[in-house]
Design a protein around this ligand. Sequence first.
Ligand SMILES: N[C@@H](CCC(=O)N[C@@H](CS)C(=O)NCC(=O)O)C(=O)O
Length: 224
Amino acid sequence: MVITLYHAKISPPSRGVLMTIRALGLNCEIKEISLFTGEQYGDEYKKINPRSKVPALVDGDITVCESRAIACYLCNKYAKGDKASLYPSDANARAIVDMQLYAGEWAAQNYLTYLNPAGVFRRGEKPKYETEPQVKDSLTYTENLLKKHKFIAGDNLTIADFFSFTDVLFLDLVNFSLDDFPLVKAWMQNIKSLLYTSEVNDEGLKLGKDGFEAKLNPPKETGF
Ligand SMILES: N[C@@H](CCC(=O)N[C@@H](CS)C(=O)NCC(=O)O)C(=O)O
């Protein structure tokens, strides 16, 4: 059975799921959904996710939406041997991963409000720079986690790292400095060193950065 991932390169939660797929070594068919042309609002995609959001995953007769739920499902179903620690089965260890997955939604929302990608791309708005304190609150939360352990949910790499990583990486759209968060910076480098990180993230990040640059600093008319 082929797993199908409905994905958008620019989307951090889509990339978090793809990092999970790569970490588990699963085969999957990727269907790229063009958020720029509004493909997510078309009848075809609404049959997959009536909420018009990516990512979504179809595996045989089950369809799962919500990126973190998809990653948990994939680990529950396919993580074997040394991959099992990505989403540990021990109730206490799993509770910590789940907690950080949910807390990650709060951080993601703070980053998204600040970057305002829908406003920048669709309505000619600017990022909401005035919400920087909320971004710093979320980064401080992550910095404090990393004072206690090497990864987001303990001393092992878990799926919580993938989602926190893709969300923090998104701040690069406006070259947000992580200098005040040295442990976050070092942990980002650590995750970047994984074999699949670059393949999953680089193109989408470049797409976002180029798009932001074109919208926020359009070339000046020369008058000629
Ligand atoms: N909580 C959801 C968030 C999904 C989400 O907001 N996806 C965005 C891309 S990052 C999307 O599909 N936006 C399309 C739209 O709102 O038109 C998840 O983690 O899957």
